[in-house]
Design a protein around this ligand. Structure first.
Ligand SMILES: NC(=O)c1ccc[n+]([C@@H]2O[C@H](COP(=O)([O-])OP(=O)(O)OC[C@H]3O[C@@H](n4cnc5c(N)ncnc54)[C@H](O)[C@@H]3O)[C@@H](O)[C@H]2O)c1
Length: 318
């Protein structure tokens, strides 16, 4: 099968490709975040998805059977300050991807959506939960999910939208990891501080309505995300427009992450409390039962200490 992967050398895309060697893969990247030396032997084109003309040339030449669409801007606080950038890439760029698919008759797409489409909730969030994004980033992803529904009805393009909760961890081989710059996620910043690669770890917000006042998130390992995408390729043998949450159905506060990271590494973390960041909700925890039932997907990494160690082992080598 010919699979075109946008943003395939970013954090989550690279882990997917690493587990998917038997297919013919073409990565489309502008390298604003991704690195082109993470996985050897993968063909790629340096193209920005906002450049429709160049993108179409790539689609015409490669003629994919399926698109896995990771390329996006994904920094929540930055999206609050600079919404135009986010709508440009996440909506206009993504529409270009769909239009190129129409042009070459490609009828299947797997889309990286996000838990940020839901906003704050104290309950486990299933797919029917009200959508209430708290940032332009979340809005951009929700809008594109709607566009996918419209493209299915009008043009017969089938899709799986995955709403990832907090992507975390790195491949256990220690060779592929997280390359975000700047990094906004808790675990990579935490382990970089433990390793002495940055001076202090910021706990963004100690006054959330949570048991210890810090934000609570559901951390899902990137290799589990990758496995869900592989199962989605099979799911798309059916015609339809599907959405699934991907998380471990359990939340951890930032203070709990710190405790666990100190326990598994035997090191003491230098941290400070800082004000909340714009767009960050207090608590988001998944119910992923739909993906578990319909895709037969089971997350293998459910021990937060083990997840943190995979990050720690990767950043040790950087
Ligand atoms: N990391 C998370 O916790 C998380 C959670 C929910 C959803 N997501 C979504 O998952 C996807 C991948 O996230 P990630 O963490 O791997 O991010 P990432 O930044 O590491 O990967 C995105 C990749 O897309 C590329 N890219 C960005 N804009 C592009 C453009 N205009 N043209 C071509 N390539 C472009 C970047 O160079 C990068 O390699 C994104 O769509 C993101 O919104 C991520």
């Amino acid at each position: 099968m010919k699979i075109l992967v946008t943003g395939g050398f970013g954090y989550i895309g690279a882990h997917f490709i690493n587990r998917l060697k038997e297919h013919e893969i073409l990565v489309v990247e502008n390298f604003c975040q991704g690195r082109n030396n993470v996985i050897e032997g993968i063909q790629y084109k340096e193209v920005d998805i906002r450049n429709k003309e160049k993108l179409l040339e790539v689609f015409r030449e490669f003629r994919p059977d399926i698109v896995v669409h990771y390329a996006a801007l994904a920094n929540v606080p930055d999206s609050v300050a600079n919404p135009a950038k986010y709508y440009d890439t996440n909506i206009i760029g993504s529409l270009n991807v769909l239009e190129c698919m129409r042009e070459v008759g490609c009828k299947k797409i797997i889309f990286s959506s996000t838990a940020a489409v839901y906003g704050q909730s104290d309950e486990l969030i299933n797919e029917d939960h009200p959508k209430n994004p708290t940032s332009p980033y979340g809005h951009s992803k929700l809008m594109f999910e709607q566009i996918l529904k419209d493209y299915h009805r009008a043009y017969g393009i089938s899709s799986v939208s995955f709403r990832y909760f907090c992507a975390s961890g790195c491949d256990e081989g220690g060779k592929i990891g997280c390359y975000h710059d700047p990094e906004t996620q808790a675990i990579p910043n935490l382990v970089k501080t433990l390793l002495g690669k940055q001076e202090i770890f910021n706990v963004w917000g100690g006054d959330f309505p949570t048991p210890d006042g810090t934000g609570v998130r559901d951390y899902i390992h990137v290799n589990d995300l990758a496995d869900a995408h592989i199962l989605a390729i099979k799911k798309l043998e059916e015609n339809g427009c599907f959405d699934y949450n991907l998380g471990i159905n359990k939340g951890f506060s930032v203070m709990e992450l710190i405790k666990e990271a100190e326990r598994v590494t035997g090191k003491k973390l230098n941290y400070k409390m800082s004000p909340r960041r714009a767009g960050d909700p207090a608590t988001i925890i998944a119910s992923s039962m739909k993906a578990q039932k319909e895709l037969r997907w089971t997350p293998k990494y459910t021990d937060i200490g083990e997840i943190i160690l995979t990050d720690y082992n990767f950043f040790k080598t950087q």
